[in-house]
Ligand binder design. Sequence first.
Ligand code: FE2
Length: 157
Amino acid sequence: MAVELRGLTDNARKTSISELNGRLADSIALALAVKQAHWNVKGRNFIAIHELFDSLHNNLREHVDTMAERVQQLDGVAVGTVQKVSASSGLQEYPTDLTGAEDHVRALCNRYRDHGEKLRAAIDATDEAGDADTADIFTAASRSLDKDLWFLESHLE
Ligand SMILES: [Fe+2]
């Protein structure tokens, strides 16, 4: 049985489910890219960068869970299998041949910027549809992403 959320229109609910699943796919893809970097990075700053990447992964994972569970509250189906994520994520594929810390940081920065842009669009779309709570979830995810982009960019000269 659906959770009865009074004061939320059907259109708001549908918009949010669609936006949430879209950004969920990108967030899962980005979280996997960050782990790819965490495992493969090499170099003099190894431990600092290796640990930084893991903290970025943990931050993404937290928002992934919040987005997926909001879909369930809205009576949707959270879509997070690797096959569905691969088909629907618009995030650029992460290279598997990088080892240098700077190369990984640059590759992640590009994807963080893309993801941030999409999260901001999702904030606007869900806010305009009348679901301020989902907009708030995207706002929290976007704010956390911006902070982590700052951490990443600070490693570049
Ligand atoms: Fe690890």
